[in-house]
Design a protein around this ligand. Structure first.
Ligand SMILES: C[S@@+](CC[C@H](N)C(=O)[O-])C[C@H]1O[C@@H](n2cnc3c(N)ncnc32)[C@H](O)[C@@H]1O
Length: 378
């Protein structure tokens, strides 16, 4: 049986890899040596001339007489984003004092030699400029679904893989454990496999869980992580026993993507949140999931709630904010409300015009957004 400790032993290269787009691979020792030599110069103009020469090498590798790009010799290599490196060198060229130039040079050197990560992710903060894949704005307008790997869009009511992907990038380290309380088609667990995080998912509907398992198995598992789908009710499932199996007692990220009440009926099961009789009952059931699962979230870690609002008899029901309140009532800290664009569900796609007409007549708006609410455990 796999336990947390022997799984983490298999995980190497714990630093999150910045985007490889436009990467330049350098001989690390040689590059650091050249930076040191430039740093030792006591004249700003000579220093800048050396930086110009360095830029030439990075841009036109044939000019490399220093061996900076020679990665055939023994020793470490380092891969840097070419555009970011050039912009760092330009910053040095724009400085007006030697002290400032030395400061930027040291910062560049540190980014190459050291790794500075926080307790909750593997982002190397010394190279933060290279992570432009990570969204830090509260408005997400994503134009397409990531359909690479095992991801398919077969499940009506699934979320796009970019959601769990972004959450894992920001809020987990490699080898951490993620719990998804409404696993559906398994999007989160597929992302777990792709990204080297262990994932446990709970799904009420046996048929859906079976299909999710098959799909998850199709995704490669290079890091040998656990991805288990449990058929059960997230309000009552014995999480302790589930975690015990893997020798752990906490998870580092919780993802919840509940039904948006009765917008999509996922089954006829009365334990299904989509069958709650009214909003009050839906919120009560959601609260029970929060109470049953969040005690197993590590302190200082995050839980992401993905939820949208709905209309009922012409009234906008702010399900998102109601659910947010359920988490706040239980003492979780609200860290962010992300508004994400949302393309029409399959049911509505052919009826766009009808919906527009209805909206004009009824004085309402067609839903184009949902929320990702982020909470931190104190
Ligand atoms: C919005 S979907 C989740 C979709 C998922 N994020 C995906 O990408 O496929 C909600 C899921 O919650 C499940 N569900 C509803 N009530 C549940 C409960 N009490 N416990 C566990 N799962 C439940 C439904 O069967 C449905 O598959």
């Amino acid at each position: 049986m796999k336990t947390n400790s022997n799984i983490s032993l298999q995980l190497e290269n714990l630093e999150a890899t910045p985007l490889a787009r436009g990467a330049v691979i350098l001989n690390k020792d040689k590059f650091v040596q050249v930076l040191d030599e430039i740093d030792a110069l006591d004249n700003l103009n000579s220093l800048k001339n050396k930086i110009i020469a360095l830029k030439q090498i990075i841009t036109y590798p044939k000019n490399d007489r220093e061996g900076i790009l020679n990665i055939d010799t023994n020793g470490d290599t380092i891969s840097l984003r070419r555009d970011v490196l050039i912009s760092e060198l330009n910053q040095i060229l724009q400085t007006k004092t030697l002290e400032r130039a030395n400061y930027y040079l040291k910062r560049l050197e540190n980014g190459i030699q050291k790794i500075k990560t926080s307790k909750i992710n593997d982002i190397n903060l010394l190279r933060w400029k290279e992570y432009d894949e990570i969204i830090t704005d509260s408005l997400w307008v994503l134009d397409k679904r990531d359909t690479s790997g095992a991801h398919l869009a077969w499940y009506w009511g699934n979320f796009i893989p970019q959601i769990p992907h972004q959450m894992m990038l920001r809020y987990t380290k490699k080898g951490d454990w993620v719990l998804d309380t409404f696993v559906g088609s398994g999007t989160t667990l597929i992302e777990c496999r792709r990204f080297g995080r262990n994932g446990i998912g709970i799904e009420l509907n046996r048929e859906v869980a079976k299909k999710a398992k098959e799909l998850i198995e199709k995704e490669q598992n290079n890091d040998g992580v656990v991805t288990e789908v449990i058929v059960g009710d997230s309000r009552t499932e014995d999480i302790k026993t589930v975690l015990d199996k893997y020798g752990i007692n906490q998870v580092q990220l919780l993802i919840m993507h509940p039904p948006y009440h009765d917008i999509i009926k996922f089954s006829k099961d009365q334990n299904d949140l989509s069958n709650a009789k009214n909003t009050e009952e839906f919120l009560k059931m959601f609260g029970e999931v929060v109470e049953n699962t969040t005690p197993f979230l590590e302190k200082g870690r995050y839980f992401a709630l993905v939820i949208g609002d709905k209309y009922s008899k012409g009234n906008w029901i702010p399900l998102g904010f109601y659910c947010m309140n359920e988490a706040l009532k239980r003492g979780y800290l609200l860290k962010s409300i992300i508004v994400k664009n949302f393309e029409g569900t399959r049911g509505k796609r052919n009826q766009k015009e009808l919906w527009r007409y209805r909206a004009l007549v009824g004085g309402f708006y067609i839903f184009k957004h949902e929320y990702i609410m982020l909470f931190k455990k104190r």
